[in-house]
Design a protein around this ligand. Structure first.
Ligand SMILES: *Cc1c(COP(=O)(O)O)cnc(C)c1O
Length: 234
């Protein structure tokens, strides 16, 4: 895509988020845009970064590292949003500012151990599988969520921020809203039980953006609406 067209799409998404924020009576600027750049070029990322987009989401460790290295001159916050294997925790801990997809206890000490002391704590969201999909990552029950949260809190190199989910694909606004409302309720419960603020709700993609904003998303993860369809590789 030409830089001009990409910038236009990005502006359009930002305006759309702003309109939905007003429509659903959310606090102005309380929804931030994570540009999901998986499979898209470093050039496209650079175009948006130079225009002021500061956060990019990647699903694959190797791809994130390559892009972070090529674009190291730019001031980019990398968010890791994909499934993580224990042998790749080191790279994520050394590169990312936020990890959205934590769903296993085993990864926690590895991420903490490898977080460089020169960097601020790695921000962490716990991923939930609200719709109970077999193919999806994420914890399904509150007791699992609570145990994960407690484990994160034992490591000062990690900062527990909130929750993340990917709903089952659905074209129904009602169904999308139900899933996102459940994530918010889990967050409220966890916040109360821990006695700590958990401000982040990472939810909402191209197809379910409005329902997510209506239900309290604070980070929306948008790929297709900004960059166009992904090159086939998934
Ligand atoms: C790919 C991906 C997105 C972006 O999805 P779009 O439908 O392209 O906006 C968001 N979140 C996660 C976890 C993803 O893997």
């Amino acid at each position: 895509m030409q830089a001009e067209a990409l910038l236009q799409r990005w502006q359009h998404v930002k305006q759309h988020i702003q309109r939905l924020t007003e429509k659903h009576q959310r606090t102005p600027n309380s929804v931030s845009l994570l540009a999901v750049s998986k499979f898209h070029s470093s050039d496209a990322i650079a175009t948006l970064a130079n225009a002021g987009q500061d956060c990019f989401g990647e699903n694959y460790v190797q791809e994130m590292l390559q892009k972070a290295s090529i674009l190291s001159e730019l001031n980019i916050d990398w968010h890791f949003i994909g499934p993580l294997q224990s042998n790749k925790c080191k790279e994520v801990a050394q590169t990312a500012s936020m990890m959205h997809s934590l769903d296993r206890i085993k990864l926690i000490p590895l991420l903490a151990e490898h977080r460089p002391a020169t960097m601020p704590p790695l921000q962490v969201c716990l991923q939930m599988n609200i719709d109970d999909e077999h193919s999806k990552a994420g914890v399904k029950r509150y007791d699992e969520l609570h145990a994960l949260a407690k484990a994160v809190l034992t490591h000062p190199q990690l900062q527990l921020c909130g929750l993340m989910t990917i709903p089952a694909p659905s074209h129904s606004f009602e169904q999308q809203s139900t899933t996102f409302a459940k994530l918010r309720q889990y967050r409220d419960q966890l916040q109360q039980d821990l006695g700590l603020p958990l401000p982040t709700l990472s939810m909402g993609m191209t197809a379910d953006l409005e329902a997510a904003i209506a239900e309290g998303a604070t980070i929306v993860r948008i790929g297709t609406d900004i960059f166009g369809p992904r090159p086939i590789k998934e």
